[in-house]
Design a protein around this ligand. Structure first.
Ligand code: HMG
Length: 388
């Protein structure tokens, strides 16, 4: 029996801010963003959107197909937690109409926790193959204005149904891990924006890739040449390009720059126009690969490098299941991305600065998002989510 990703779907806000406009305001060359970090647009959440509404919107098509009773566990990965106690997934559980016997828990370790959730889901399915596990990763990436991180903001959620004999990607059991206590990126509980030592974070990312790959090579029968495509954690698309060149060099493989690029390019398309979605970003990259790659990927092996600042990293692999292309949500995703609205600089600032009420009063939120789920109000410190 194989275990892995049976279905995958993602969601992002219907608003984006173009990095050309940011470059104009900052009197910077737009190519610093379009070419230098490889990013074009960043998703900006509306006032009535957050990790819960994006998560429910991402997961809805999966629940419509599998049925709400099929899910035995919902694992929710995020680093944009809305509550120190209650798991965000419990709200999603209600919005999606999941069964009362479905367990729900939230996981955190920066951008890595979706991968922890995926691996735990595979273990749960291996133990109880008749039950599916819904893994959701949802985040809003926020940095201070006028900092180098500002251009790498974004938002998005991805939902994956993990099952026995999956229809998209079967996950191999061998993994390579690397953990090191570092301060490259962090967000203390009292802050809404992350703190980051940007250049240092890129160095730790590359070091973690080397260490996780070495560990993977010790335990896996696969070598570099067995992997035809690579999905990397995507804080910005240029990071993946640098990482992949690093991995190729480490393995002393002889490849042309075009061949190196071909192994990752299809994973980057969605991220370039959504921005960093932290826990969701590598898996939105997987969607991008499966949905935009011109080649048939059936039976090809994919290498995955998941990185979460702080830091925990993991390298693992999976095999694309023949027939996968019949089970994707490509048209829906394209339509969502094509229908997004561009923001002016002032509109971007308004969304960035939209107040997050903390006074315990009654606050209704304007109905802005076209999504199926929205945050309608915050009343006496309680978040009220509704289905539209
Ligand atoms: P910066 O320091 O302002 O940028 O921000 P820079 O000056 O290094 O320029 C970036 C690149 O653009 C350089 O290329 C420039 O040469 C090039 P490189 O040398 O790197 O190859 N460039 C141009 N190219 C073409 N035309 C031009 C031009 N001008 C410059 N005119 C930095 C970069 C990464 C520091 C910033 O974006 C940042 O702080 N980002 C946030 C942190 C981050 O994303 N780190 C990534 C690794 S950590 C991670 O992935 C985890 C994370 O997702 C969080 C989590 O785990 O929860 C962040």
């Amino acid at each position: 029996m194989s275990v892995g990703i049976d279905e995958i779907s993602f969601y992002t806000s219907s608003y984006y801010f173009d990095l050309r406009t940011l470059a104009e305001i900052q009197e910077t060359d737009p190519d610093k963003y379009y070419v230098g970090i490889g990013q074009e647009k960043m998703g900006m959440a509306a006032p009535d959107e957050d990790i819960v509404t994006m998560a429910a919107n991402a997961a809805l098509p999966l629940i419509e197909n599998a049925g709400s009773d099929a899910v035995g566990t919902l694992l929710f990965a995020t680093e944009t937690g809305i509550d120190q106690s209650k798991a965000a997934g419990v709200y999603v559980h209600r919005l999606l109409g999941l069964g009362a016997n479905c367990r729900v828990v939230e996981l955190k370790q920066a951008c890595y926790s979706a991968t922890a959730a995926l691996q735990m889901a595979c273990a749960l399915v291996a133990r109880q193959p008749q039950r599916k596990v819904l893994v959701i990763a949802s985040d809003v990436a926020r940095y201070d204005l006028n900092t180098p991180g500002e251009a790498t903001q974004g938002c998005g959620a991805v939902a994956m149904m993990i099952s026995a004999n999956p229809r998209l990607v079967s996950i191999d059991p061998e993994v390579g891990n690397y953990t090191e206590d570092v301060m490259d990126f962090w967000r203390p509980n009292y802050r809404t924006t992350a703190l980051v030592d940007g250049k240092y974070s890129t160095k730790i990312y590359l070091k973690s890739l080397k260490k996780a790959w070495e560990n993977f090579s010790e335990v896996s029968p696969l070598s570099f040449g067995d992997l035809s495509r690579f999905c990397y954690h995507l804080p910005f698309s240029r990071m993946a390009q640098k990482a992949h060149q690093h991995l190729v060099k480490m393995n002393k493989v002889v490849m042309t720059p075009e061949q190196v690029e071909e192994q990752i390019e299809p994973t980057l398309s969605y991220n370039r126009i959504i921005g960093n979605s932290y826990t969701a970003s590598m898996y939105i990259g997987l969607c991008s690969l499966l949905e935009t790659c011109q080649d048939n990927l059936a039976d090809q092996r994919i290498g995955f490098f998941s990185y979460g600042s702080g830091s925990v990293a993991e390298f693992y692999s999976g095999r694309v299941v023949p027939g996968y292309e019949q089970h994707l949500h490509t048209a829906k995703h394209r339509e969502m991305l094509d229908n997004r609205q561009s923001l002016s600089y002032d509109e971007y600032l308004n969304l960035y600065r939209y107040p997050n009420p903390t006074d315990g009063g009654e606050h209704e939120l304007p109905h802005v998002t076209p999504g199926r789920f929205r945050l309608a109000a915050i009343t006496h410190h309680k978040r009220e989510y509704v289905t539209c």
